[in-house]
Design a protein around this ligand. Sequence first.
Ligand code: BMA
Length: 750
Amino acid sequence: DTYAEVSVNGARVLAADNMFRSWRADIKPQVVAGTNAVVVRFRSPIAVTKPLYDRLGYKLPAANDQAKEMVSMFTRKAPYHYGWDWGPRFVTSGIWRPAALEAWDEARLDDVQVTQRSLDDARARLEVAAVVTATRPGRARIAVGLAGGPALGTVDKPLARGRNELRLEVAIDKPERWWPNGLGAQKLYTLETTLATGGGVVRGRRQTRVGLRTLEVVSRHDASGKSFTVVVNGAPVFMKGANWIPADSFVTRVTEEKYRALLGAAATANMNMIRVWGGGIYEDDRFYDLCDELGLLVWQDFMFACSMYPGDAAFVENVHQEAIENVRRLRNHPALALWAGNNEIEAAWQQWGWPTTFHLDKAAQNTIWNDYKRLFHEVLPRVVAAEDPGRFYTRSTPSANEDGVPPGKLGWGDLHYWGVWGADAPYEAYAANVSRFMSEYGFQSFPTLQSVAGYAPPSEWRIDSPVMLAHQRHPRGNALIKKYMERDFRVPQDFGAFLYLSQVLQAQVIQFGAEAHRRRMPYNMGSLYWQLDDCWPVASWSSIDYYGRWKALQYAARRFFAPVLVSPVDENGTLRVYGVSDRRTDLPAHLTLRVVDLDGGGDRWRFERDVTVKALASEPLFSAGKRDVLKGIDPSHVVLVAELTAGGQTVSRNLFYFLKTRELALPQPELKVSVTPHRIGATVRVTAHRFARALWLSTPAGEGAFSDNFFDLLPGETATVEWTPGPGARPGAAERLSSMLHATTVRDTY
Ligand code: BMA
């Protein structure tokens, strides 16, 4: 990462200029028996590219590069290292992926590609292509089997000196399918490919994990525009998920545990897709392995975001090689769903007015746009077609993939909708801005005080203190949070209360958006909020903070992304209650609606009926004028409770407020909290005497994790929550919990 020269015993063996590629050199002439000196010399990415910047004659836009002289686009390096609206500018250098010395005789097995040729209940037919590099002509035998099992097939072929490709077909009988999270199991098969040369000497062995499933992105013209539907094993699947950014400013700090915790949290929150956003990195192999295991489909951007790029031959060829290498590395993962050329560049150029805001003359505009088209309409789709045939490629996100149709046009492909947040639109505007796949929408919040304490001393505990402002990278971030908070809540004076409420607000806003998206199924088939994680501790759109603490949104996501959702909404004065289902079969269920008194006065109105929640659909289950439901009841004293039960179990419960939270007569809930310690962890029971809004369980130092949090409790209701201590917890933590435990509700911020 990124510009480096490597020498062995004083002789230069290679020069690197792309963080996203691996570099290999023949060092046989240089090595000696005994001690060898390998020196890697790095050069500053800024110093290297400054002359290119000076020479170009016009400025290439890069919206998030935080320097005055923006040079990030000249270098194939993680764009976010140059700063982003949630991240600091750390233009790092170093060795970020393994370095290894390889030695071999005769031939080595370089790569294995597994392509599914057909799949039915009886059989899966797979084509295995093995890439073998040979030092001299000879013969090779490739054998493929399930790891630990007998060979499923072999092929014997002559080898030429250099690169060889050997193909064979194998079959797996009675295949078990791989399914996205929530729809079935994530069955994985490990294939072992062995290379042997003359005389049966084994020269290489590789394990490749595959999942057997069909996957198609249906992008087809229809009456509304152009669809964007992911179909897995023949079933259209609504994509629920979040956008992923690198989990650290310094990429080598992301441990296996961190990947596991973040992606595990995504799966726990009923997500089935993660978008690897184009301003970061092509993620580590462990990331994709976990996605395979957890059933998280991957929307993979190529690493280009919010910038225009140069088009000289060397740059284009560098990108070409980068694309080939990364497509080859990722293509065997069953989780991989699609490739996207870049993040928001088509929109920036065609809609955000970049050609004029960056004062580009006509000639420069033409050059820049032609260079753009070469990369994203030619080079990248050609690499995908050649190296990963059949996988969907979208040239930008958002994009209709259609000349003449502006990116993000409603009804045409995917959409990043930022009117809520960026344009101050009320969050109810989400309902009117649904396209065929919502690949981005988001709202900021702060980490809670326990996390803020990790980067700001108490003297800085104000939203506008220097440290807090340094950890808020969006120019209008604080003002926007406050503005939206004023619309729905009473803005607290207390710093900790403000942080807490910012999360309650974020969860409410995104919940509204996600439910609006799900209610529009099957017209809309995806909802990925911006963003799952953080690369440092900061105010941001994330649902999990840098320290791994779940924000209110992460808990809410598990509810609003549940496989079956009951979703009440005000549609122009009509109260409609939708049943939304991602299940592959219809669900007979019972719908109960109640208008419940906040002070514990019981049900003021009640409705129930048996319903069928249709498979893979969204349908209103109830509809009535809001006024007919309230019939004179004071809306500030009640909440509507919608509940779907099936087989005696609650499958989804959702609350609907007739007024903004600040207009509700929120009572003092009078909570009763009890803690039962176990050998590891504890069970916490909370009973509310009166209605409790956004109940937050916490400890002063934020230790451990709660299985649920930031939930509403009805009068008389008890919630049972499991607490697990963190990995470094001291003995007795569970016993101490009851003395440390805080229960906060919105009422406490008054
Ligand atoms: C999006 C992303 C990022 C950005 C986010 C928040 O559109 O693609 O560029 O961080 O908005 O502003």
